[in-house]
Design a protein around this ligand. Structure first.
Ligand code: SAM
Length: 123
């Protein structure tokens, strides 16, 4: 049985996960926010990200990386199975307005359906 959706999008589990993600000093669901700040700067530098570049953040959660990368004209598309996390990411992206050029965050349900349906090449 494919349990990803059941687990990550469960109402109770996704609420706990979001709280863990958003606790800045907790190294659990994600890294500490200080480490994420540094990692995002490192990614931008190493990849030379700039205006017009596009980033796909698979399993973006509440957008901790996606929203940090979506600056200076970098378009970030984050996908995650947790509706609660995606809703949070969208909210942050909206609130950051001008500084977040683009952070289009969407569910990845179509992919899950494909996996559950046993599409060739996916496991
Ligand atoms: C440990 S969290 C990390 C989130 C984020 N990358 C970060 O570091 O802050 C893993 C994330 O992957 C998502 N996820 C797990 N399996 C997935 C799948 N098959 N498709 C889409 N998202 C998935 C979960 O909902 C969760 O938000």
């Amino acid at each position: 049985m494919f349990t990803t959706l059941v687990f990550w999008d469960d109402d109770h589990i996704s609420a706990q996960m979001l709280a863990a993600h958003l606790a800045p000093d907790v190294e659990a669901a994600s890294r500490t926010h200080e480490v994420i700040d540094r990692s995002a700067r490192w990614i931008v530098e190493v990849l030379g990200l700039g205006h017009g570049d596009r980033v796909l953040d698979l399993g973006c959660g509440p957008g901790l990386y996606a929203c940090r990368l979506a600056h200076g004209g970098v378009a970030v598309h984050g996908v995650d199975v947790s509706r609660r996390s995606v809703a949070h990411a969208r909210q942050v992206a909206r609130a950051e307005g001008g500084s977040v050029r683009s952070a289009a965050l969407a569910h990845f349900r179509w992919w899950l359906r494909a996996v559950e349906g046993g599409s060739p090449g996916l496991s």
